[in-house]
Write a protein that binds this ligand. Structure first.
Ligand SMILES: CC(C)(COP(=O)(O)OP(=O)(O)OC[C@H]1O[C@@H](n2cnc3c(N)ncnc32)[C@H](O)[C@@H]1OP(=O)(O)O)[C@@H](O)C(=O)NCCC(=O)NCCS
Length: 169
C-alpha cells in the first residue's frame, strides 16, 4: 500500500463557541471539545485510509486552557502514524484573539482510530511518511503511546511493551 504524508490527512475545523456549549463559567464544555476533536480526527483517519473508521481510544487529552464563550476555535487533526489497521491522530486546538487575530494553542489530544470493513472487521491502512521535524517526532513516539494505550486497556502485557520499557532503562 502506498504511504501517505500527514499533510494528506490534514483536517481543519473552525467553529464558534455558542452559549449552549458552555459551563457556568461561560467556558466551552470539555465534552463538546472532545466531540469536535473526535469529528476532526475521524475525517483525518478517513482521508488517510479511505475506509470506514471507528474511534478505538482517546489516549491523551490536555485541557490546558479554558475556551471562552464566543471564541473562534480551530481544530487541526492529522494522522501521525499508522500501524496495521490502526492510526494515531494528533490534534492541536487553537483559539483566535478576537481583536488581533493572533492564534494561541489551547489544547491538544491524541486519538486512535481503526479502519474497518462493512462488517466492522479491522482492515489494513497505508503507512505514514512524516515530513516535518514535528511530524517525525510525533511519528517516533507513537509506538510508545500505542503500547501504553494497549497496556491500560488490558490488551497487552506490560512485559511485551518493549518501547515503553525502553523509556525507563
Ligand atoms: C476498535 C475495534 C475495531 C478493535 O477491535 P479488536 O477486536 O480489538 O481488533 P484487533 O485486536 O484486531 O485490533 C485492531 C487494531 O486496533 C488496535 N487497538 C485495539 N484497542 C486499542 C486501544 N485501546 N488503543 C489503541 N489501539 C487499539 C489494535 O492494536 C490493532 O491495531 P493494529 O492492527 O494497527 O496493530 C473494536 O474494539 C471496535 O469496533 N470498538 C468499537 C468502536 C466504536 O464504536 N467507537 C466509537 C465509540 S462510541
Amino acid at each position: 500500500m502506498q504511504a501517505k504524508t500527514p499533510s494528506e490527512s490534514l483536517t481543519i475545523l473552525t467553529d464558534l463557541v455558542l452559549p449552549s456549549e458552555t459551563n457556568p463559567l461561560n467556558n466551552l464544555f470539555g465534552g463538546e471539545l472532545l466531540a469536535r476533536m473526535d469529528r476532526a480526527a475521524s475525517i483525518a483517519a478517513r482521508r488517510h485510509s479511505r475506509r470506514i473508521v471507528v474511534t478505538a481510544s482517546v489516549n491523551h487529552v490536555a485541557f490546558n486552557r479554558s475556551i471562552a464563550l464566543g471564541s473562534v476555535v480551530t481544530i487541526e487533526a492529522k494522522v501521525s502514524r499508522s500501524f496495521n489497521t490502526s492510526m494515531e491522530i494528533f490534534i492541536d486546538v487553537w483559539i483566535e484573539d478576537r481583536e488581533s487575530g493572533v492564534r494561541a494553542k489551547a489544547n491538544e489530544a491524541i486519538y486512535s482510530f481503526v479502519a474497518v470493513d462493512e462488517q466492522g472487521r479491522p482492515v489494513s491502512v497505508p503507512p505514514v511518511t512524516p515530513e516535518t521535524d514535528l511530524e517525525k517526532e510525533r511519528f517516533d513516539a507513537a509506538l510508545r503511546r500505542k503500547q501504553l494505550s494497549l497496556v491500560l486497556a488490558g490488551k497487552m502485557k506490560p512485559s511485551e511493551a518493549t518501547e515503553l520499557k525502553a523509556l525507563f532503562l
